[in-house]
Design a binder for this molecule. Structure first.
Ligand code: NIG
Ligand code: FE
Length: 410
């Protein structure tokens, strides 16, 4: 049965099905209807329009007077499946250590990887599900989740199976990314290439056979994986049909962008350190840049130059990077404010980056990311607000009253 939402103060991000990515100048435009209705049926958007064209139909109706409706946030980069939190590292950083120094002492990703071995799949699933449910309540309606704290055949499979169970048990679309190349495990530190052989020759065939991943990822960074090593892994992934989404230029520019673009990566994520020349390389590609402002806030590192990226005519997506080390928050409402305050995006640009472009960055733009006839009835209703600008303005507040997925209130 259908449902009508009427008297919507602002219905945001209304687009045709052909619009799946917004770039450059076009990001300034956030198409909207004021005083609108939204009609949903069978879990999909059937129609919408101005209130003076409201169809005369007798179906359950919800009055949204004073409220704004927009698509939920599309989070294209998370590490939501993890065991322990790492607040000791947070305190260590306050006391002067850097993220890299902590990693060199066996903290960081290796710290999280230690714990994955000792937790059962059921327990890992239960804590991850709880996190995902909280994340949905914050307004996230589609999400990508990475492995990468296993760093062994068993550990990586455990994480990917947990992601698969989340896909089966929750309503929001979830994409799975295989990130065994997240750090070199201790046992391989003297021979990292042997670990890459393990990823390519042993892990990838099993993951492909069990259909456990949609994408492949590599952390290309000094002390982690070189561009050459990433190139090997991305090419191997491609043979198994896995497109790539990669971590590049978080702390250093070491040539990862060139390799990602040459391998037609769907997205290059992080980019806190980014030269004009690298912006040009991305510009001549089909790869979308993804900024992670919650990570910049938490680690006190530079923000991705989102303003420059958009001014160069490129698209930009924004994601949370939700993980226990560099961004222990999945709150994209805060990311919206940070994009405006720290990256100098307008609210329109930031909302485009968090909805339609986020969906594109995980290959979901045909089904979510905008209010479009035929797309899933995924949307959120805000508290009464004066305008959508207040979503970004009231930083640190979550003004979402309810989240609907497939037409059902969550
Ligand atoms: O995207 N940079 C690499 N990976 C994560 C951090 C993971 C961790 O610290 O556990 C990131 O920031
Ligand atoms: Fe990440």
């Amino acid at each position: 049965m259908g449902q009508l939402f009427i008297n919507i103060k602002e219905l945001l991000q209304v687009r045709n099905a052909s619009e799946q990515l917004v770039s450059g100048q076009d990001m300034k435009d956030l198409p909207l209807l004021t005083n609108a209705y939204l009609w949903i049926e069978n879990g999909h958007i059937k129609d919408f329009g101005p209130m003076n064209q409201l169809p005369e139909i007798a179906i359950p109706t919800i009055d949204c007077k004073g409220k704004i409706i927009l698509p939920p946030w599309c989070d294209s980069h998370t590490h939501l499946v993890y065991t322990n939190t790492r607040e000791q590292e947070f305190v260590d950083r306050i006391n002067g250590l850097t993220y890299e120094e902590i990693a060199q002492r066996g903290g960081g990703i290796l710290n999280s990887a230690k714990q994955i071995a000792s937790i059962s799949e059921d327990e890992l699933y239960a804590i991850s599900l709880e996190r995902l449910e909280k994340t949905i309540q914050l307004g996230t309606g589609a999400i990508e989740i990475k492995s990468g704290y296993g760093l062994s055949m068993e550990g990586e499979l455990k994480m990917l199976r947990v992601i698969k169970r989340l896909q089966e048990s929750t309503t929001i679309p979830i994409k799975a990314t295989f990130l065994a190349a997240h750090a070199i495990p201790i046992a391989y530190q003297n021979n990292p290439d042997a670990y890459i052989d393990l990823i390519i020759n042993d892990m990838l065939p099993v993951i492909a056979k069990e259909n456990l991943a949609d994408f492949i990822d590599v952390f290309c960074e000094k002390g982690y994986f070189s561009p050459e090593q990433m190139d090997r892994i991305l090419k191997a992934g491609k043979k198994y049909g896995l497109q790539s989404k990669v971590h590049v230029n978080q702390f250093h520019s070491i040539g990862g962008i060139e390799v990602a673009v040459a391998n037609e990566s769907l997205s290059v994520d992080h980019l806190e350190v980014l030269s004009e020349q690298e912006i040009d390389i991305i510009k001549n590609s089909s790869t979308i840049p993804v900024a992670l402002p919650l990570c910049s806030l938490f680690l006190s590192i530079p923000y991705t130059p989102g303003r420059k990226i958009i001014d160069a005519g490129l698209p930009l997506a924004i994601a949370s990077d939700y993980n226990p080390g560099s961004a222990p928050s999945s709150n994209l409402n805060l990311a919206l404010s940070l994009a405006c305050i720290k990256m100098k995006l307008t609210p329109e640009e930031a909302i485009n980056a968090l909805t339609i472009n986020g969906a594109f960055a995980m290959d979901l733009a045909t089904t979510v990311g905008s209010i479009t006839k035929g797309k899933k009835a995924n949307f959120m209703i805000t508290e009464p607000l004066d305008s959508y600008h207040q979503l970004a303005y009231y930083f640190g507040e979550t003004l979402i009253e309810s989240v609907y997925i497939n037409g059902k209130k969550q």
